[in-house]
Design a protein around this ligand. Structure first.
Ligand code: ATP
Length: 549
């Protein structure tokens, strides 16, 4: 039981509380049955309707005990399961924050997103059924014990019928689970197609052939999802009807089979029949909650499995004790650094390096090269986001091993080509108001939005405007190294000129080491050095002298 495993992570107390609550609830309601049967028999034996007040008092106590234990158990269980989900969700997010970029890219974000949002919801909505299942199961056991006391033969026959029924019911449940898994896979496909529609909305609106083709795919995926869902409903009902039939068979056995083998049974038949009817609520409750629990349980299983998968995505040496890297470094050196993307079968893998390079403090370095030549991959290696297959990275001769990765990355502020503008300026407590305003004016953004506290007032901006805010945030970080990947690609000619002729030189004057990937050959003269990438190989080219536009 994955939900129980999840609960067990909080320590033994929640599971103990669950068992105690379920046992108290089951026992008190079984005693209610025994008291009612006994009182009814007393009235029948005495042939009068005098009420036994002791019995009445015991009845009231048991009903109150049942109500209190049931309410307490479900409320506690809800709180405990929410705490367990919160703990697991935070562990998943923590592992995700510390995941290795390259491994994460290969893993893909869909299972993570699905698990952290939908699975938590499914567990949270259905987990109280674990308490109800346990209570129902214990109640069935208590009633069976009561039947055993009344008539051992009836108990044996009913017990045997229930055992056979339970095995068949579980088998039907397994078949249902397989169909549920198939449905989950179909729904994931549907989700992917809908994401495609959102992500490519403009493209499909402009091209009716593409739109029709996309619709045909929806049609197919939606139809197979519907068939899978129908299968699940059908098997769910078949399982339920089987359960009801087995229950009716028990009643029939009590009145049509047991009396043939026990002459004394005549005195207990009414009580046993009442006991079986009393079992209807826990039996059907158990059947229903098992079906619902299946979804919660497989969601919990997915989350637990994802947790261990995320363990596998951890950065090599992530647990090494953190070591410092000098902020006033003089040079970063790459020696024989190599990296390769594994290729699908039959295709050639893309490899970069070996890179042998020294970057001196305060230099402005442009990285140029054609599309797909490996510039972004080089930047990911330089920033320590990708780990080289071979080679070493040093800062002032100190190896950037696992323990120094965090301090090394902390030297850099970046605006990647696919950068994300965060909702808040995370990691910056209170950016200096005057400095932030001056930067907004420098980026010619003061009429568009402003830094308000620790966030930008607006984020619904054009690609070029968002890049300007990204640069404001990067400068506010006050890191000695600034890394920009095709920053100016989205800028208009006026601001592109300003960026290369004014902003970059001023940032260099302030002492920043700037490494910028660029295709803007009009401005290559701005750099101190130009590194050129071709098919994963880096060479240094001569920088042209002086330019005006
Ligand atoms: N996550 C990845 N998985 C597999 N291959 C990748 C991955 N990222 C990049 N590549 C491959 O590496 C090569 C270089 O990609 P990279 O993004 O470094 O090029 P680039 O020079 O920055 O290109 P552009 O100028 O178009 O941005 C590409 O051919 C691409 O197929």
């Amino acid at each position: 039981m994955n939900v129980a495993l999840l609960l067990a992570r909080l320590g033994p107390l929640p599971l103990r509380r669950l068992v105690v609550g379920a046992a108290a609830s089951a026992l008190s309601s079984a005693v209610v049955l025994a008291v009612v049967n006994k009182a009814a028999q007393q009235i029948a034996d005495n042939k009068n309707d005098v009420v036994n007040l002791w019995m009445a008092a015991l009845f009231v106590v048991c009903v109150l005990l049942y109500t209190a234990s049931e309410s307490w158990m479900v409320a506690r269980m809800g709180a405990d399961i929410e705490e367990a989900i919160d703990g697991l969700r935070m562990r998943l997010l923590d592992r995700l924050r510390h995941a290795d970029l390259w491994k994460l890219e290969r893993f893909g974000e869909t299972p993570l997103f699905e698990s952290i949002t939908q699975s938590c919801q499914v567990i949270s909505m259905n987990s109280q059924f674990l308490a109800l299942s346990l209570r129902s199961a214990l109640m069935i056991v208590a009633v069976l014990v009561y039947i055993a006391i009344l008539s051992p033969l009836a108990f044996l026959l009913i017990g045997a019928l229930m055992a056979v029924g339970a095995v068949s019911y579980t088998r039907l449940g397994q078949a249902l689970n397989e169909r549920q898994e198939a449905l989950n896979a179909q729904e994931a496909g549907l989700f992917e197609s809908v994401s495609d529609l959102f992500d490519g909305f403009k493209e499909q609106r402009l091209n009716s052939a593409r739109s029709r083709d996309l619709n045909a795919t929806f049609d197919r995926v939606s139809a197979t999802t519907t068939t899978a869902r129908n299968e699940v409903h059908l098997h769910g009902w078949q399982q339920f009807v089987f359960g009801e039939t087995a229950f009716n068979m028990m009643l029939g056995m009590v009145v049509f089979v047991v009396p043939n083998y026990s002459s004394a049974f005549g005195q207990e038949v009414v009580k046993v029949t009442a006991a079986i009817l009393f079992m209807a609520s826990p039996v059907f409750g158990l059947m229903q909650s098992m079906a619902v629990m299946g979804a919660a349980d497989s969601a919990a299983g997915r989350m637990i499995e994802l947790e261990s998968q995320l363990d596998g995505l951890a950065e090599p040496g992530a647990s090494a004790p953190p070591l410092p890297v000098p902020e006033d470094f003089q040079e970063i050196r790459l020696e024989g650094i190599e990296f390769a993307f594994p290729a699908p079968a039959g295709e050639q893998s893309f490899a970069v390096g070996p890179f042998d390079l020294t970057i001196r403090r305060g230099e402005t370095i442009f990285v140029t090269g054609g599309n797909g030549s490996g510039k972004s991959t080089f930047i990911k290696l330089l920033t320590g986001l990708y780990h080289p297959l071979r080679g070493r990275l040093t800062v002032d001769g100190v190896d950037i091993g696992p323990g120094r990765q965090t301090a090394y990355r902390a030297l850099m502020a970046t605006v990647f080509a696919d950068f994300h503008l965060f909702a808040r300026l995370y990691g910056m407590d209170r950016p200096d108001r005057a400095e932030a305003d001056a930067l907004m004016r420098w980026m010619e953004m003061e009429r568009v939005t402003a830094v308000e506290g620790d966030r930008f007032g607006r984020r619904d901006l054009s690609a070029g405007q968002r890049k300007r805010l990204g640069l404001v945030a990067a400068i506010l970080e006050k890191k000695p190294i600034l890394i920009l990947d095709e920053w100016a690609a989205d800028q208009d000619p006026h601001f592109r000129l300003k960026f290369y002729r004014e902003i970059v030189p001023e940032l260099k004057r302030r002492g920043l080491t700037i490494i910028a990937v660029t295709h803007d050959d009009h401005y290559f003269d701005v750099a101190d050095r130009r590194l050129h990438m071709e098919e994963g190989r880096l060479s240094e080219l001569v920088v042209p002298q002086g330019g005006a536009a």
